[in-house]
Ligand binder design. Structure first.
Ligand SMILES: Nc1ncnc2c1ncn2[C@@H]1O[C@H](COP(=O)(O)OP(=O)(O)O)[C@@H](O)[C@H]1O
Ligand SMILES: [Mg+2]
Ligand SMILES: [Zn+2]
Length: 584
């Protein structure tokens, strides 16, 4: 007998054999027992999780000849059941809408539907990939669904139910299939391997399940390939090779390079992978998945059921999550998602992958910039009270800005090329563009996210908590201050010298204040206390008197403490200076 692929050989024949779709099978069985059969069903969900399988079992259940009415437990051996399984039943017609999507096919089907079933109780149409049916064809189908002959049942299987017209959806019972749990897939693969006399250790099975990416069918077909090429003993390494999968230690290594801000290590790792024959797009996709899991591990812990991965990968994802704050991980994910998106239609896939990974390395280096800038600004305040950090949204929007590009950035060649191709990128520009206004100096971050939360309310909560913790003096001082929210910082400006603040606000106090602020804001907030006159929210900052000696705007900008620190810390250069002194 010829080799039958595993997915077919082990296609469940009874509702109870289907894994992970109990919510569907239970409802269907009840409906059958109560003889409440709908004329239209939609089965939607990810590929390879049992939609067609359940459609076929339902067809068997409706037409099984072992009983004189539909049964929740089709016999599986009568002519009708057997023919459904073999795809040869005259009354159960499977249409692959991916290839037969036109009006002619549907019209034919509609014609056919007018006739009674040749032998069985129901005439059943299983429309696979139903979202591909054209609108005209759907319209033709609608006529039948509006006044269905009693013996007709349509079952539509689709990965994109939203593409099925509402008029059709409202006339059908819709079942959303669940993703099959990782562990359940592994168990099923193990069972099947056992029945086939295949030796596969737990890791090999886990790699199969991972390579299947949630699809039972895909996992099984990789198992087919593995058996075909390598016999009855399957190792993880072999399966990885077949599936073009990378061991998750590679992702941990790449993220290690990112954590160390080592572009060189990152490029070396990529070079090794490409030399080994990895496909850049495939690798990017896997890295996206890894990063998504790292974000989940960060947010929900690495024991979370939101992670459908092997124990080994769980541990790795958890370790990577520990190394970065949530925002970094989210940002890495965003960078790699975009990189993956673009790889598809790019010629130089490898270079784009490299660029994507370098962006992560640099994002890592650049990220704290936001924080450092605010600190710089408040240090600047402490030194020269006339130079004040302005409220972010209002003043940044109104004051013309002089962008100072950080000189040390993603290779300008790459960055420029990327920009030429698709315009400036927010994800880089918000980190690398620093605005310097002069003579009133405002330091902010371009396109800073709208701060959410009421700064005064947050400060109020912080004061209560500080008082409760016994830091009464500090609370009393902060109470006289005014607060603004700037991205993840609550900046409280008080009219006390910096030296006093240094004494009052040491580590424990800072932690207590941060915790209180984060608690009420519902996101991480850092409390920064700055010395100076109370800032006044969005109202324009008073400008310092223009220097008397007519010094040029450029030399004043060069003298400016904040600008100087930016030059020191980031190698920023002043390119353009706009003098606002004479205006307004
Ligand atoms: N929930 C499941 N339980 C058991 N096996 C499944 C399940 N889903 C898919 N399979 C396996 O994958 C094969 C393909 O499943 P199928 O029902 O055609 O998926 P789809 O959701 O894409 O229609 C089946 O023949 C079976 O071997
Ligand atoms: Mg299918
Ligand atoms: Zn039967």
């Amino acid at each position: 007998m010829s080799y039958q692929v595993l997915a077919r050989k082990y296609r469940p024949q009874r509702f109870s054999d289907v894994i992970g779709q109990e919510h569907v099978t239970r409802t269907l069985k009840n409906a059958i027992e109560q003889q409440r059969i709908a004329h239209g069903y939609i089965f939607s969900g990810h590929r390879g999780i049992g939609k067609t399988t359940i459609a076929r079992i339902l067809a068997m259940a409706l037409n099984c000849r072992a009983t004189d009415k539909p049964t929740a437990e089709p016999c599986g051996v009568c002519d009708s059941c057997r023919e459904v399984r073999e795809g040869s039943s005259v009354d159960v017609i499977e249409v692959d809408a991916a290839t037969n999507r036109g009006i002619d096919e549907i019209r034919e089907l509609r014609e056919g539907a007018r006739y009674r079933p040749a032998r069985d109780r129901y005439k059943i149409y299983i429309l696979d990939e139903a979202h591909q049916i054209t609108d005209a064809a759907f319209n033709a189908l609608l006529k039948t669904l509006e006044e269905p002959p009693p013996h007709i049942v349509f079952m539509m299987a689709t990965t994109q139910p939203e593409d099925i017209p509402q008029t059709i959806r409202s006339r059908a019972q819709h079942f959303s299939f669940h993703a099959v749990k990782f562990d359940d897939i592994v168990t099923q693969l193990g069972d099947i391997a056992g029945k086939e006399g295949i030796k596969a250790d737990a890791e090999a099975l886990a790699v199969l399940a991972e390579a299947g990416d949630g699809s039972m069918r895909d996992a099984l077909s990789i198992m087919d390939q593995a058996i075909a090429c390598c016999g009855t003993s399957l190792s993880a390494e072999l399966v990885r090779g077949l599936a073009g999968a990378v061991g998750s230690e590679v992702f941990e290594d790449v993220m290690g390079a990112v954590a160390r801000s080592s572009s060189e290590d990152a490029l070396r790792l990529l070079d090794k992978l490409m030399t080994e024959g990895q496909n850049p797009a495939h690798f990017a996709k896997q890295l996206v998945r890894f990063l998504r899991n790292a974000v989940v591990a960060k947010v929900a812990g690495n024991a979370s059921p939101l992670l459908q991965i092997s124990t080994d990968e769980r541990a790795r994802v958890g370790r990577v999550a520990e190394q970065f704050p949530e925002e970094d991980l989210a940002r890495f994910l965003q960078i790699m998602l975009r990189t993956y998106d673009e790889l598809g239609y790019r010629q130089e896939q490898r270079f784009h992958l490299e660029l994507g990974v370098l962006k992560m390395v640099h994002a890592q280096r650049i990220l704290p910039l936001e924080q450092i800038l605010s600190q710089l600004a408040s240090e600047g305040q402490a030194a020269t009270p006339s130079i004040r950090q302005s409220a972010p949204a209002a003043s940044l929007a109104s004051a013309p800005a002089v962008p100072v590009r950080k000189t040390e950035s993603v290779s300008p060649f790459e960055a420029d090329r990327a920009r030429k191709i698709r315009g400036p990128e927010p994800e880089m520009s918000d980190a690398t563009n620093v605005q310097v206004h002069t003579p009133a100096v405002a330091v902010g971050v371009v396109e800073a996210p709208e701060p959410s939360g009421d700064p005064t309310k947050i400060l109020g909560h912080v004061l209560n908590e500080l008082e409760a913790a016994g830091y009464k003096m500090l609370a009393a001082v902060l109470e006289t201050g005014s607060a603004v929210l700037q991205s993840d910082q609550l900046i409280v400006t008080v009219s006390k010298p910096a030296s006093v603040l240094e004494v009052l606000m040491v580590r424990e106090q800072k932690l207590a204040a941060n915790a209180a602020a984060s608690m009420i804001a519902g996101r991480p907030i850092k409390v920064v206390v700055a010395s100076g006159m109370p800032a006044n929210g969005a109202t324009p900052v008073a400008r310092p008197a223009p220097p008397t000696n007519g010094a040029s705007a450029r030399s004043r900008a060069a003298e400016d403490p904040v600008v100087r620190r930016m030059q020191e810390k980031f190698g920023a250069e002043v390119r353009t200076v706009i003098d606002h002194r004479d205006k307004n």
